[in-house]
Design a binder for this molecule. Structure first.
Ligand code: SF4
Length: 439
């Protein structure tokens, strides 16, 4: 049973979605940075997909050189602030910190990172020198973490960069898809504004690139095109009743919530289907929006869940009830959802099978599907010679991120099928470096 009342004002929304990694004060950052052992060949650095020199920036914070710390962070990761808040640090840098071996709490690297980058953003300090224009032009499709990261790196080398974004705001999932208790819209957008002013790339908002004609136009105008298009809408489950009112996709729900805050109404009984991090977020968010009964149903056991354990624990801590080894077979109701019919499952010789006669129904006013997103196949089919793998992801050279059409480079979820923001940031930068170094 959820302990939250439905928020009626933005202040109540912010209370229900209080930041789980709040900004540190100066004193907290000074104390926390003093604990770092500045390890040789630091495991925290090796665990960071962007390879930030973590002991160096912590040392800089401790010596009160906070802007220097921000520079160290941004040198490796253009989403330094956002990643400090939304990265699963528990399994990345902080999970690798040597203090874990002594059963001492690891250094709060994520919060130190946002502390330093926040100072840079608030000061509006320009940290990078851009090379003079080299007269070469690159287009980026998608203003998400991969696309923005690509754009920043290209601008440093003197390329002109124009970004084409379908939505009204930049930052991709950081604004539209991450749970609001990880980062607020204002925080994510402030960092984007800081980057845009600093790097001077041009963004065309509400400017979808979808047709063969759009593609033809970009190909004639730009030397290089980067695809940072992410994923599409939530995939169908393929069970009866999916069309009923009250069935929604998790990414669509999170986006509505991020944009609408307290103006969104969540009903009393919510069933979330899925076992990944998006399912955990959707379940936690439903509970924080005042849903009384939130069930997170997954067709396999806990050990097979794609979600991090701490995300599952976080969902349970706000009253979400886990329902494991239960596969949905029908969404019931007459036009509008009234429940989900499940069948129990078990593993037999490594294969998941339904248990005959074990069907049961859970009441639901809403069903949130968090069972994967579609690929943007229709759009990608317009690009000649662009190959995709058996799952529909764009094929790239893993070193250079160049696609099978040499004019195009790509990174982010459209290539990986769905990873962390930090992976998209890291690979967007690597793709830009390949273009810059391409002879
Ligand atoms: Fe500091 Fe921990 Fe990294 Fe060592 S592993 S450098 S103690 S943050």
């Amino acid at each position: 049973m959820s302990e939250f009342n439905a928020p009626k004002t933005n202040a109540e929304f912010e209370q229900n979605f209080a930041q789980i990694k709040p900004l540190m004060t100066d004193n907290q950052a000074y104390f926390e940075s003093s604990r770092c052992l500045f390890c040789y060949d630091a495991p925290c650095v090796n665990a960071c997909p962007t390879g930030i020199d973590i002991p160096l920036f912590i040392k800089q914070i401790h010596s009160k050189n906070t802007l220097g710390a921000a520079q160290t962070i941004y040198n490796s990761n253009f989403f330094g602030y956002a990643c400090g808040k939304v990265c699963p640090t528990e399994v990345l840098c902080e999970g690798a910190c040597v203090y874990n071996l002594q059963e001492v709490p690891p250094i709060e690297i994520g919060r130190l990172q946002t502390f330093a980058t926040d100072k840079a953003i608030r000061s509006d300090k320009k940290l990078f020198q851009l090379a003079p224009s080299n007269g070469r032009k690159a287009a980026v499709i998608g203003a998400g973490p991969a696309g923005i990261s690509f754009a920043c790196e290209m601008r440093i080398a003197g390329f002109e960069v124009e970004i084409f974004e379908t939505k009204e705001k930049p930052s991709g999932l950081t604004v539209y898809g991450v749970a609001p208790y990880k980062i607020t819209n204002e925080e994510a957008l402030d960092e984007m504004d800081y980057l845009r002013k600093q790097f001077g790339f041009k963004v065309h908002y509400s400017h979808p690139v979808t047709t063969a004609r759009n593609i033809e136009h970009l190909e004639s105008e730009f030397e290089v095109i980067f695809l940072g298009i992410g994923l599409g809408i939530t995939s169908d489950l393929g069970i009866p009743g999916e069309e009923k009112e009250g069935v929604t996709g998790a990414v669509e729900f999170v986006e509505r919530l991020r944009m609408g805050h307290h103006e969104i109404t969540v009903p009393k009984n919510v069933v979330v289907l899925g076992g990944g991090n998006t399912a955990m977020d959707a379940a936690s968010e439903s509970a924080r929006m005042g849903a009384e009964n939130v069930i997170l149903a997954y067709r396999r056991g806990k050990e097979d869940m794609g979600a991090y354990e701490f995300e599952y624990d976080l969902a349970k801590s706000v009253g979400v009830k886990g329902l494991l080894n239960a596969a949905p077979i029908e969404i019931t109701g007459n036009g509008k959802v009234t429940g989900v019919r499940f069948i129990k499952t078990r593993m037999v010789n490594g294969k998941l099978e339904n248990i005959p006669g074990s069907e049961f129904t859970e009441a639901a006013d809403w069903v949130i599907k968090a069972t994967g997103q579609s690929k943007r196949s229709d759009f990608l089919a317009h690009i000649s010679g662009l190959e995709r793998d058996s799952k529909g992801c764009i094929k790239v050279n893993p070193e250079t991120f160049q696609t099978t059409n040499p004019k195009y480079f790509a990174a982010g979820d459209a290539v990986s099928g769905g990873q962390e923001v930090v992976n998209a940031v890291a690979n967007g930068k690597k793709a830009a470096q390949s273009v810059i170094n391409y002879k």
